[in-house]
Design a protein around this ligand. Structure first.
Ligand SMILES: [Zn+2]
Length: 463
């Protein structure tokens, strides 16, 4: 709900005084005794995120005071849109909050104003609005909020409504809007172009498997390929998932949704990049023609893979998109995946990062901290290459030994990437398990803000 934050400041607005915890003492010294007494009597605590409604002499609302983290955090104001009485609040930020920390407060408010994606009827809860005046430029903030919220909606939408057809339609719609060229290789055409893995994983579904290939930008600019795992529903295939393990599998297309969200941001911003998006989009279903355990796939990229587990399908479809990505010798490839071991390592609040370039890894990890979108680097440990051995093929898709699974998944992908192309592999949950301010239960655009910052950096060094 990006209109929860306004540039124009109405005269009737209520001051929202936002100051770091450390500045509270000095601020209190300048307040009338009655205000100090009120804050004490109402149990106002000196902790980030706390707020108090302060009355005037007539019993009306004089102002609201709230406390910020140091440095100011994206989430500091995120609880307020639904916690405050409906009104317009004009932001009166403490002078010491650095200019580059201010936009995130507006973004947090926008995200906090948004309700969870649900099919429930009934009017939306009205939310409080924030007027920021000229203190914050909302152009980038609004663009970021739109991308994040759209990605969350794509992920959270049930698989019956977010079929491979529907997700592909969303890709085409965005591509058309920004003048990108969109190619869709679907069904048996995948076999003709060598994408046997994508075909094998998705062929038992009522919806054709496909690879979406979107190109946008100017070939003279730095070239980036974004790859995203788009498994619209993952039953596990014939290696069927047991009961509860299938509960969240509508989110197994989150990698594709997040890659698409990053691409949308880049195209909307008109960043000087030569962008390509490669999204394998399938449903991992069961049926008479389903991929079998022990089948051997002759994959794009010329590597044969023995399928030891049809539930390790994400690496099969992602690997083929990566093989296609590096064939064009881009400056950077980033893949976004929900392979499973990423969430086992890091839960829902951060992503596992693998990278074949130390400087690039350090850069994106630092940008993740800056964007409050943390990524943690894991090693592409060659010591575990042997776990991928198969007696029947060049490699197995699911090592028998249940160890170092995030690493072996990354090593599997690395064989399709090679060592020449700078490459980032992200493995995450992409789902908020518990509601927090600005983050309702449901799909989450993990790593989107970090990767957008990385691409903005590439774009600015190009001009
Ligand atoms: Zn799976």
């Amino acid at each position: 709900m990006t209109n929860a934050v306004l540039t124009d400041v109405p005269r009737a607005s209520i001051p929202l005084i936002a100051l770091p915890v450390a500045a509270l003492k000095d601020w209190l010294k300048k307040q009338p005794k009655a205000t100090v007494a009120w804050l004490e009597a109402s149990g106002f605590e000196a902790k980030p995120g706390r707020f108090a409604l302060v009355p005037n002499a007539k019993g009306g609302l004089a102002f609201v005071v709230t406390l910020l983290s140091e440095p100011a955090s994206l989430w500091d104001l995120a609880a307020l849109p639904t916690a405050l009485p409906k009104a317009v609040y004009r932001l009166e930020l403490f002078d010491g909050v650095p200019a580059d920390r201010r936009p995130r407060l507006a973004l947090g408010w926008m995200l906090g104003a948004e309700r969870a994606v649900t099919y429930k009827k009934g009017p939306r809860k009205t939310v409080a609005q924030l007027a920021v005046g000229k203190t914050i430029d909302l152009t980038r903030v609004g663009r970021m909020a739109r991308s994040l919220l759209w990605v969350r909606e794509l992920i959270t939408t049930p698989a019956a409504d977010m079929t491979p057809d529907a997700l592909a339609a969303a890709v085409r719609a965005v591509g058309d809007k920004y003048g990108a060229s969109v190619r869709e290789i679907a069904g048996d055409d995948l076999l003709a172009e060598g994408f046997c893995g994508i075909h094998a994983v998705g062929r038992a579904s009522a919806y054709a498997p496909r690879l979406l290939d979107v190109m946008w930008g100017d070939p003279r600019h730095p070239s980036v390929v974004l790859v995203g795992k788009g498994v619209c529903f993952d039953t596990g295939g014939l290696s069927l998932k047991p009961g509860r393990a299938m509960a969240l599998m509508k989110k197994d297309m989150a990698g594709a949704a997040i890659a698409l969200g990053v691409a949308r941001f880049v195209m909307e911003a008109g960043l000087p990049l030569n962008l390509r998006l490669l999204l394998p989009i399938v449903e991992n279903a069961i049926g008479g023609n389903a991929l079998r355990v022990s089948d051997v796939l002759r994959m794009k990229g010329g590597i044969s893979v023995e399928v030891a587990n049809t539930d390790a399908e994400g690496r099969l479809v992602t690997a083929e998109a990566l093989a296609e990505a590096v064939a064009g010798k881009p400056d950077l490839v980033v893949d976004f995946t929900t392979l499973g071991p990423g969430r086992a390592l890091f839960g829902d609040a951060m992503a596992a990062l693998f990278c074949n370039d130390d400087a690039l890894a350090a850069r994106v990890q630092a940008l993740g901290v800056l964007a409050e979108d943390p990524l943690w680097r894991m090693p592409l440990a060659a010591a575990y290459e042997g776990l991928l051995d198969s007696p029947m093929a060049d490699m197995t898709n699911a090592p028998e030994a249940p160890y170092a699974q995030a690493i072996t998944a990354a090593l599997f992908l690395q064989r399709f990437v090679g060592k020449k192309t700078p490459w980032i592999h992200l493995d995450f949950m992409a789902w908020n398990i518990a509601a927090r301010p600005g983050r309702p239960v449901g799909g989450e655009a993990t790593a989107l803000r970090a990767v957008v910052r990385l691409l903005e950096g590439m774009a600015s060094s190009a001009t």
